[in-house]
Design a protein around this ligand. Structure first.
Ligand code: NAD
Length: 341
């Protein structure tokens, strides 16, 4: 009838193209462990997609990249269903956006109204590595998987068994009959530099960056290859649990540490907003002096009751946010180096 549709054809086209491009970049990043663009470029595209969807909610398809946790499981590995879904994180890119997020979260928490609804913020480093899900039954590590699309991951048990610091049997007493321990596998910055020097000396192409190197190392077909890589892990959450008594995430970390799991020394539980902002600037300055690479800071509601009350979207928890530090030049330069994982 000649009436111009709302949204316009141009917006529809931009939306489709952007969705396709983001899917393509996600595939290269998650399946091939070889990104085609820098994280900052990817984040800008993702932001634009979110903007279009906010203006035109009727465009949002169920399979939009904003509705899914990125990283479909590759058929090269056996598929593993997580007992409890794994999520991504909502990103903010400035202190103003973080404060707006905290205001909204605090308002939602205040509405909950009960005594447990205090806003204690578990503030920790956003480790630039690969998420893993470790399933312990009666203290024994029975399975390890990548995040995949959040529901189904890839079985990487054999590779994870080569990481010395991940216990195959929990120690101490009182560990739960079943628990999914989530954490980030990474290559420490120093070990990464040394590993690359050795590759260059041997006339081989260096690895592009620690994140993709960690991901590529864990997704090797041959565990003997994984064993050669200097991998470490820090815990950053739990999924399904049976017989685990803890009221908060920080209490859980203390227990996991007792049972022999690697817990980061860097996290803090902070009540005052000024302290959360102080944490961000402190680690912003020390960012390259830490054990591992970080791409930001994660701020989480510490109390489980409050986490449960706030819940999840299809992609992210409503009780956590990732503040991303401004991008640095060096990342785009490193991407020019041939990737070898
Ligand atoms: P994300 O990396 O922004 O956040 C979620 C993940 O953070 C979790 O799954 C977990 O693995 C990790 N994490 C690290 N420290 C954590 C902590 N302390 N607590 C909780 N989680 C922690 O989200 P994503 O969906 O995995 O990936 C999106 C990001 O990946 C983008 O922002 C982009 O920077 C990057 N990416 C880049 C490309 C590219 O082509 N360069 C493609 C896809 C994704």
């Amino acid at each position: 009838n000649g009436r111009e549709s709302i949204p316009s054809d141009a917006i529809r086209e931009e939306y489709e193209n952007l969705s396709d491009l983001i899917r393509k970049y996600r595939f290269a990043y998650y399946q091939d462990d070889a990104p085609l663009v820098s994280d900052a470029e990817f984040d800008t595209l993702f932001r634009r997609l979110e903007e279009i969807e906010a203006l035109h909610p009727e465009l949002v398809a169920n399979d939009s990249p904003t509705q899914e946790v990125g990283g479909e499981a590759s058929a090269a590995f056996a598929a593993v269903e997580h007992l409890q879904r794994m999520y991504s994180l909502e990103d903010v890119f400035s202190i103003e956006e973080l404060e707006a997020w905290l205001n909204r979260a605090e308002a939602s928490i205040a509405k909950l109204g009960d005594g447990t609804a205090r806003a204690a913020w578990l503030t920790e480093l956003k480790i630039d590595g690969l998420a893993v899900n470790l399933l312990y039954r009666d203290g024994k590590l029975v399975r390890a998987a990548t995040r995949g699309d959040g529901t189904t991951g890839e079985d990487i048990t054999h590779n994870v068994l080569t990481i010395k610091e991940i216990p195959q049997q929990l120690s101490g007493e009182g560990y739960p009959s079943e628990v999914e321990v989530r954490g980030e596998v990474f290559i420490p910055s120093k070990a990464f530099a040394e590993f690359n020097e050795a590759l260059i000396e041997a006339g081989k192409a260096p690895l592009a960056n620690p994140r993709n190197a960690a991901a590529g190392s864990l997704r090797q077909k041959d565990p003997a290859e994984t064993a050669k890589r200097p991998l470490k892990m820090f815990v950053h959450g739990i999924g399904a649990r049976e017989g685990l008594e803890a009221r908060s995430q920080s209490e859980t970390y203390a227990l996991l540490k007792e049972w022999g799991l690697p817990v980061s020394p860097y996290f803090e539980v902070l009540e005052a907003r000024a302290d959360v902002l102080g944490f961000i600037s402190k680690y912003g300055e020390q960012r390259h002096k830490l054990l591992h690479e970080i791409d930001g800071i994660v701020v989480k509601v510490d109390h489980f009751a409050t986490q449960r009350a706030l819940g999840y979207t299809t992609r992210v928890p409503r009780w956590a946010v990732a503040y991303k530090y401004p991008p640095e030049e060096v990342h785009t330069k490193l991407l020019d180096i041939q990737v070898n994982v």
